[in-house]
Design a protein. Structure first.
Length: 211
């Protein structure tokens, strides 16, 4: 029964939260935001801004720029002076303190260790010794990166023969073997289209390149 007055219940629609942006729940109690308002857009920043994934630089071997024999020989001479002059002083001091025989033996061992350690450390950490840096050369492993310690040790092992030339009695034999090894390496470098010497071959394919 109405009395002509205003009935607050008349002409009103049942309250629905969807009219006022309120979340609506289905029977399972799950919120329907995604259906009503749409899920936030997914985007790929590389596609949106037209960028490409970062590519790693390629330091692979360039066959058009192998390290030539003469620059490599010059680098070896420079490195030999860098290592040889200080070790000659050390060997002389040892000979004066310990006597000629014992001083010569210990000096030869230390010189061999210093020479190999010099090359292995710089080649595996920087890719070039000081001599190679001066003449614009660098050493690469078979895969184009830095050589491993084993590879560098193998390609520079002939320095042990040369350094042991200071040994009493057997020094002449070691020195002769060192000269033979150097000649073989020089000949094989000169005859290789990629300028890889026998020591590079034994090390698994290391290379010396320009730059």
């Amino acid at each position: 029964m109405t009395t002509g007055g205003f009935d607050p219940g008349q002409g009103q629609q049942p309250f629905d939260g969807q009219q006022y942006g309120q979340p609506h729940y289905n029977g399972a109690g799950r919120q329907q935001h995604g259906q009503q308002f749409g899920a936030p857009p997914q985007f790929d920043s590389a596609q949106q801004f037209g960028t490409q994934p970062f590519a790693q630089p390629d330091f692979g071997f360039d066959p058009s720029r192998p390290g030539e024999l003469l620059p490599r020989l010059g680098a070896r001479v420079i490195d030999g002076l860098i290592v040889g002059i200080p070790m000659a002083v050390v060997s002389t001091v040892l000979a004066l303190v310990l006597g000629n025989f014992l001083g010569s033996v210990l000096g030869a061992i230390l010189t061999a260790a210093a020479a190999v350690g010099y090359f292995v450390f710089l080649e595996t950490t920087r890719g070039q010794t000081l001599g190679k840096q001066i003449l614009g050369l660098r050493v690469e492993g078979p895969d184009g990166g830095l050589p491993t310690q084993q590879q560098s040790l193998t390609r520079n092992g002939f320095y042990v023969l040369s350094a042991l030339g200071g040994f009493p009695l057997l020094g002449f034999l070691f020195g002769l073997l060192g000269v033979v090894a150097a000649i073989v390496i020089g000949v094989t470098i000169n005859g290789s289209p990629t300028k890889q010497g026998k020591h590079d071959e034994l090390a698994g394919g290391t290379r010396v390149v320009q730059g």
